[in-house]
Design a protein around this ligand. Structure first.
Ligand code: CP
Ligand code: NVA
Length: 329
């Protein structure tokens, strides 16, 4: 069956079939090659896109803007609208749906992006909520495809850290969809919601995926990729003390990379990262708790095995694929 995603929203990859996800990844690779070849695009010509941000962003905002402009769309960035304050989400969605051909939302509640999609009448794309970060994990899989000489269904992806955040959830979901071996390594208190794990394990039975969790970092053995994320996600800033206690043993170090026994194992991180003291938040945490490197050491972050900037670039190519597939001409 040919894949047709026109008019579809991307709220979570749970809603997409494995074939649809593979289609987006292949389209992203094609669009990346097209951009590298200097071929101008017009797949979004005449389209208008609005970007709604409740939370801060560097990559996601810039990826949506550049991707839209590359393919001929116009973009509005909106971070101080009436939405939810003086105007309901439903009314805002109906208004924006009259003006725009696609809406990106980054914010707190998953329900917000769902409500927007229900009422807008145009595709809505989740640019990160507390629960999911679907465009990020598309970029992550494209980076794995480019850097690991194995089909995705032979890849062991190990996520270490806060396994119940938007990244832990989304990496588990895409792994289950694409038949990957996913291992979440975290203290039990930070394992994902049991119902989501069960749902993904059911799905894994049909895709050949394996979904495992462990508290023991020795479970990195045989990993093709080690992935981590910040210990405290946006909106959880009161949790630093507890997370430092829980997650310090789970910091990604060179010793942990070596415990994979795979010299080709790559390191991935969605970014931004606290790997040194070059940020105001990082320095504040250092002064308060004495922790200079949080979720990953500077050594691993800067090592040849680290593909974090390829991954960041791939945000743009994969987001372009999502917009072209769902709202393109
Ligand atoms: N990875 C990611 O979503 O980065 P931003 O927060 O900078 O958008
Ligand atoms: N878990 C992080 C991801 C940032 C891209 C957060 O939500 O802050």
């Amino acid at each position: 069956m040919p894949v047709n995603l026109k008019g579809r929203s991307l709220l979570t990859l749970k809603d997409f079939t494995p074939d649809e996800i593979r289609y987006l990844l292949n389209l992203a690779a094609d669009l990346k090659a097209k951009k590298r070849a200097g071929i101008p695009g017009d797949l979004l010509a005449g389209k208008n896109i609005v970007l709604l941000f409740e939370k801060t962003s560097t990559r996601t905002r810039c990826a949506f803007e550049v991707a839209a402009l590359d393919e001929g769309a116009h973009v509005t960035f909106l971070s101080n609208s009436q939405m939810g304050k003086k105007e309901s989400l439903e009314d805002t969605a109906k208004v924006l749906g009259r003006f725009y051909d696609g809406i990106e939302f980054r914010g707190f509640k998953q329900e917000t992006v769902e409500l927007l999609a229900k009422h807008a009448g145009v595709p809505v794309w989740n640019g990160l909520t507390d629960l999911y970060h679907p465009t990020q994990v598309l970029a992550d899989c494209l980076t794995i495809m480019e850097n690991i000489a194995k089909p995705l269904n032979k890849v062991k992806l190990v996520y270490v850290g806060d396994a119940r955040n938007n990244m832990g959830n989304s990496l588990m979901i895409i792994s289950a969809k694409l038949g990957m071996h996913f291992v979440g390594i975290a203290p039990k208190a930070l394992f994902p919601e049991e119902h989501l794990v069960e749902e993904m394990r059911e799905l894994a039975k049909t895709t050949g995926a394996k979904i495992e969790f462990s508290e023991d970092i020795a479970a990195v053995d045989g990993a093709d990729a080690i992935y981590t994320d910040v210990w405290v996600s946006m909106g959880e800033e009161t949790q630093f003390e507890e997370r430092i206690k829980l997650l310090t043993p789970y910091r990604v170090t060179m010793d942990m990379m070596n415990m994979t026994h795979n010299p080709d194992c790559i390191f991935l991180h969605c970014l931004p990262s606290f790997h040194d003291l070059e940020t105001s938040v990082g320095r504040e945490i250092y002064e308060k708790y004495g922790v200079a490197e949080q979720e990953v050491t500077d050594e691993v972050f800067r090592a040849p095995c680290s593909k974090v900037f390829d991954e960041a670039e791939n945000r743009m190519h994969t987001i372009k694929a999502v917009m072209v597939a769902t709202a393109g001409r």
